[in-house]
Write a protein that binds this ligand. Structure first.
Ligand code: MN
Length: 217
């Protein structure tokens, strides 16, 4: 994985949104996730967001081409925000879990977590608190806020509510029930703790380095 083509950049090709294959075998994420959850999540849920994003984008092109009335644009835009938000976040999610145990954040990411949360434990408190507070279905996402350049955690609801313009995501935990219910039932906290133990900090560091490089240009 080079710095320009991480797994989560592979969701668009030849003019359409596409479903990238999982970056590992579906049974590779034990003990965090079982193979049935991973396959259903990727092959059905994630795939449906890809299809929905393509359909909404096509509807908007037809509005632009005067095939559909312009009044259709607003509802198509909402469908695009929901489905494309879902597609982007799921690409990020698969890249946020590591099949191999990692020791936690390293390098510039460890330094930034120390600076912006006081400690790794401070980050864990904020991330868990945000993840548990997502109302209904949504996401906990660690990323960098564009003005202060500091790390923060967003609790995105559905796939598109509660966002910051220019926020650069590094690590995303899906807290929709479809992500964890087969194994954890209603124990979201247990799932989030397990996710954090298996987080792909190496991939998150690469994203941070890429964002820092882009910002410096
Ligand atoms: Mn999901």
């Amino acid at each position: 994985m080079d710095k320009k083509t991480c797994h989560c950049c592979k969701g668009y090709a030849d003019g359409s949104y596409v479903l990238p294959p999982l970056p590992y075998e579906a049974d590779a994420l034990e003990p965090l996730l079982d193979v049935r959850t991973v396959n259903t999540h990727h092959d059905r849920h994630h795939a449906a967001y890809v299809a929905g994003a393509n359909a909404a984008a096509e509807t908007l092109r037809k509005v632009a081409g005067n095939v559909y009335d312009e009044a259709v644009a607003s509802s198509a835009m909402r469908k695009l925000a929901f489905n494309l938000g879902g597609h982007i976040l799921h690409c990020l999610y698969w890249d946020s879990i590591s099949p191999e145990k990692q020791d936690g954040p390293t390098g510039a990411l460890a330094d930034a977590i120390q600076a912006d949360f006081g400690s790794y434990d401070g980050f864990l408190r904020v991330f868990r608190g945000v993840a548990m507070g997502v109302q209904g279905s949504g996401w906990a996402v660690l990323g960098r806020e564009r003005l202060s350049k500091r790390l923060t955690v967003l609790g995105i609801e559905k796939h598109q509510d509660i966002l910051l313009p220019g926020f650069k995501p590094l690590l995303a935990c899906d807290v929709w029930e479809h992500a964890y219910y087969l194994r954890y039932l209603n124990n979201r906290a247990g799932y989030v703790d397990a996710f954090l133990r298996q987080a792909n900090w190496a991939a998150a560091l690469k994203k941070l380095e890429r964002h820092t490089h882009e910002q410096a240009r």
